[in-house]
Design a protein around this ligand. Structure first.
Ligand SMILES: *Cc1c(COP(=O)(O)O)cnc(C)c1O
Length: 297
């Protein structure tokens, strides 16, 4: 009987990325990627932290393009969703000791997706978690590692069973400052000023976050990247989350210590205006003045 050799890596070196390919609005048979070089650079930065070699920006973007073309029949029609692309960089090869892996595997999954939360574009309801934390200073909360989600699954499942859409995490040191939701960044709007937690190592630097900061400034808003406390949140007019999967999700309520706080959603909100602007650029419905999109023919 042949021995079955499994590659085994002890120390969980692994990074993931996430991006979407849309069918281009005007050109038949053409697809659009949104800022894929940013994903490539984020993977390189994460690889440095995790002691892994990583693909070059060119290799990464080329591989993503090839994946879209090979799966073109799975890209949903315009307006119906996107092809979600999930690059992975993982340590592989036979090693049991605590050391970087002897070899690495870069691979890409793809799957057609609709909208992320089951409410779709409807407002979401969050609950603040103050015993389970997703990141700590000096840890890897600012890196898209494969270990980002397993430690928070319990908090997320408890929240879902109580009817909430997702969890808002607090900083592990003071339990006062908001960090982000399980897989998306947080923004608040108060008296026309936009604020989002600064990316100081415990917050994932989202590409949607970065784009939304720029688009908000373009609309004339002052945007502050700073500490955002529970008190700031409670007094906000508008709250929303951003990420590739959710795009921009308006938050209608946040529950903290059993108290439910409500926020403006719907017409005449900044999140709705930003959602329209961002998705129009991503799908090729609006002119991309920033050079954010990459077409694949
Ligand atoms: C991927 C991710 C985000 C969102 O990043 P985008 O680049 O906007 O998709 C936010 N928070 C966490 C924890 C993430 O893993």
């Amino acid at each position: 009987m042949a021995a079955c050799v499994r590659t085994y890596v002890l120390d969980d070196q692994g990074l993931f990325e996430g991006l979407k390919a849309y069918r281009a609005a005007n050109q038949q048979g053409s697809y659009m990627l949104f800022r894929p070089e940013e994903n490539a650079r984020r993977m390189q930065h994460g690889a440095e932290r995790m002691c892994m070699p990583s693909p070059s920006v060119e290799q990464f973007v080329h591989a993503v393009k090839q994946t879209v073309l090979a799966n073109r029949r799975w890209v949903p029609p315009q307006g119906k969703g996107a092809l979600y692309i999930r690059p992975l960089l993982i340590g592989s090869g036979p090693i049991l000791g605590l050391a970087p892996a002897p070899e690495y595997t870069f691979l890409i999954y793809a799957a057609p997706v609709g909208t992320y939360f089951k409410e779709g574009l409807a407002p979401i309801n969050l609950v603040v978690e103050d015993s389970i934390h997703r990141a700590m200073p000096g840890g890897t909360g600012g890196v898209k590692t494969i270990t980002n989600y397993a430690p928070v699954l319990k908090a997320q499942m408890d929240a879902k069973s109580r009817g909430f859409t997702d969890v808002l995490y607090l900083d592990a040191v003071h339990k006062t400052y908001l960090e982000e939701a399980s897989s998306c960044n947080l923004f608040i709007v108060k008296d026309g000023v936009v604020a989002t937690p600064a990316t100081v190592g415990t917050i994932l630097p989202g590409i949607t976050r970065k784009s939304v900061i720029e688009l908000s400034r373009d609309r004339g808003y002052q945007v502050e990247e700073r500490l955002v406390s529970i008190d700031d949140l409670v007094g906000a007019d508008e709250v929303f989350c951003t990420g590739t999967a959710v795009v921009i999700a308006p938050v209608s309520s946040v529950t903290y210590h059993g108290q439910r706080y409500e926020f403006r959603t719907g017409h005449d909100t900044l999140s709705q205006a930003l959602h329209t602007t961002l998705t129009s650029i991503q799908m090729g419905l609006a002119e991309d003045k920033k050079g954010w999109t990459v077409a694949i023919d």
